[in-house]
Design a protein around this ligand. Structure first.
Ligand code: FPP
Length: 247
């Protein structure tokens, strides 16, 4: 049941992307170790996935581990990978029950073997689900993705399958890891930081940005609904004037 009556179900974003931030500070505020924050962050992942699925949103992308996160202390990286494997394993039956398909974007080959295998298994097991698609960005950065796309396009030109004159917006789109996914209309970042941090730079060209002071482990379904309500107050003009939108 959608308890927030302010939400207009006819005006939902198709795709919501989230930069989950503030786990470390949340734990520190409680005098706990950083991993305590990440562990509690899983509850917010569950809450938001459930809320998005209930609303009928088609795609939810979560920035779970960036390319830059590899430079965190080894102990934290290892523990985060362990948490990911454990969570994916534990949550796959619930994803199936709720008709949620799991996808992942990023340099997946760079993940530890166990994490990579678990992810592939969970994606295969949920591939037939037709409700929400939950996209985990893992070992992901937008610059990495764009460099990969450019390399592949250059190779196609070299092989004679494409001319430079044929390269346009769509060519780039089709070489991104998100080629099957519509662009997010709403990007949320928690924890009071106002940065994009190398996340979906191409894809958020026209996204509405929503920043909240709430730390990720406190970002529950009520907070998710609040972001949707805020999104629905925005006028999306795509470079046009307000008058053009009315006519
Ligand atoms: C950012 O907080 C959070 C992360 C880098 C990791 C996010 C991971 C989870 C929520 C756990 C599991 C996720 C899934 C999808 C199962 P931070 O550590 O940068 O916090 P800080 O800025 O306060 O230090």
């Amino acid at each position: 049941m959608i308890e927030d009556k302010r939400i207009d179900l006819a005006k939902l974003p198709k795709h919501v992307a989230i930069i989950m931030d503030g786990n470390g500070r949340w734990a520190k505020n409680k005098g706990e170790h950083r991993m305590f924050g990440h562990q509690h962050g899983v509850k917010s992942v569950r809450d938001c996935t459930e809320a998005a699925a209930e609303l009928g949103i088609k795609f939810l992308t979560l920035y779970a581990f960036s390319t830059e996160n590899w430079s965190r202390p080894k102990e934290e990286v290892d523990a985060l990978m362990e948490l990911l494997v454990h969570t994916i394993l534990a949550e796959t039956p619930t994803l199936n029950k709720n008709n949620v398909r799991l996808l992942a974007i990023g340099n997946l080959k760079s993940l530890p073997g166990k994490c990579y295998e678990q992810l592939q298994e969970a994606m295969a097991e949920t591939a037939q689900n037709s409700g929400l698609t939950l996209v985990l960005a893992l070992s992901y950065s937008s610059k990495w993705e764009i460099v990969e796309a450019v390399k592949n396009i250059a190779q196609e030109v070299k092989d004679g399958n494409l001319t430079t004159d044929q390269i346009n917006d769509l060519t780039i789109e089709q070489h991104l890891t998100t080629k099957e996914i519509p662009h997010p209309e709403l990007l949320i970042r928690t924890s009071g930081e106002h940065r994009i941090s190398n996340f979906l730079l191409w894809q958020i060209a026209y996204a509405e940005l929503y920043f909240t002071e709430t730390l990720w482990p406190d970002f529950d379904r009520t907070a998710f609904f609040e972001a949707i309500v805020d999104y629905q107050t925005r006028e999306r003009r795509f470079g046009k004037t307000s008058e053009q939108l009315i006519s």
